[in-house]
Design a binder for this molecule. Structure first.
Ligand SMILES: Nc1ncnc2c1ncn2[C@@H]1O[C@H](COP(=O)(O)OP(=O)(O)OP(=O)(O)O)[C@@H](O)[C@H]1O
Length: 260
């Protein structure tokens, strides 16, 4: 699946409204296979809504999504066998231990018990969770929850992995661990799609970027293409999405300590 030109995710005419609010306003997108892809955009841009529709968690009002050549809404079983998802606000089975959660996930994925045991042990080890594997998930910290969620999403060796803000609330050591696992995974030809509004992170991890603002795609391409002549991705991002509002700071002339 590594070859250039192979499309991992194909989105056409995707729309989602919540009442009057247009969350996603007609997105067309081809995400190349074998890349580390960043879906970036400011708060409320529509990243979570887009990822939810792409992974079959939220039904679009209009439009189609194909993942690994299968239509997400007509062929959900084929798609779900090929993807791993770490959603935002991840809900886990809290009363299972980390190890039990992986055993359960592996069996749901149809893997033989011995294979699940082997993969679970390796993932727990690599993600630095071996010491906490018998602890209940309810007692895990935010970072530990992200890591066990990532392990569950990787267990069946998916072709495409979707991660919604995977580094949110994660300390630098755990972030480095997660990063190592993801880099190894993409090096084997798999595709990672992750959403973030942290530009430095996207710049250091991704080789392909899609910029989303106000429910629409503003730019796509390799990191170099999207960055263009700007010094950093952050700068080109601010130009793309418009940095309006920065000057509004003078309205806060009462703010700054001292006089009340
Ligand atoms: N269930 C919902 N009901 C109503 N409005 C919603 C719902 N989900 C999302 N929205 C709205 O749709 C828009 C896009 O939200 P979304 O969560 O997709 O953005 P995002 O890019 O993921 O933002 P963030 O980076 O802040 O998580 C926002 O204006 C949000 O208020």
């Amino acid at each position: 699946m590594t070859g250039s030109g192979v499309v991992a995710v194909r989105v056409r005419g995707l729309w989602k409204r919540f009442g009057e609010q247009v969350a996603v306003g007609g997105i067309d997108l081809d995400l190349p296979a074998g890349r580390f892809i960043g879906l970036v955009g400011p708060n409320g841009a529509g990243k979570t809504t887009t990822l939810s529709m792409v992974t079959g968690l939220l039904r679009p009002d209009q439009g189609t999504v194909e993942v690994a050549g299968h239509d997400v809404w007509r062929d959900p079983v084929e798609v779900k066998a090929r993807i791993g998802v770490l959603p935002e606000g991840l809900r886990l089975f809290e009363r299972l231990s980390g190890r039990e959660l992986l055993a359960y996930t592996g069996r749901l994925r149809g893997l033989p018990g011995a294979e699940v045991d082997k993969r679970a042990a390796q993932l727990l080890d690599v993600l630095d969770l071996a010491g906490a594997q018998h602890k209940l998930v309810v007692d895990y910290s935010t970072g530990m929850r992200k890591k066990i969620g990532l392990a569950a999403a990787l267990l069946h060796n998916p072709e495409v992995l979707f991660l919604d803000e995977p580094f949110e609330g994660v300390d630098p050591v755990s972030a480095q661990t997660i990063r190592g696992v993801l880099e190894r995974y993409t090096a084997s030809g798999a595709t990672v799609v992750f959403s973030s509004h942290v530009m430095e992170l996207v710049e250091s991890l991704c080789d392909w970027v899609a910029v989303l603002a106000a429910g629409r795609i503003r730019a796509t391409g390799t990191l170099a293409e999207v960055r263009g002549d700007a010094a950093t991705l952050q700068q080109s991002f601010l130009e793309l999405v418009g940095a309006g509002g920065r000057e509004a700071a003078h309205d806060l002339d009462w703010l700054g300590g001292g006089a009340r």
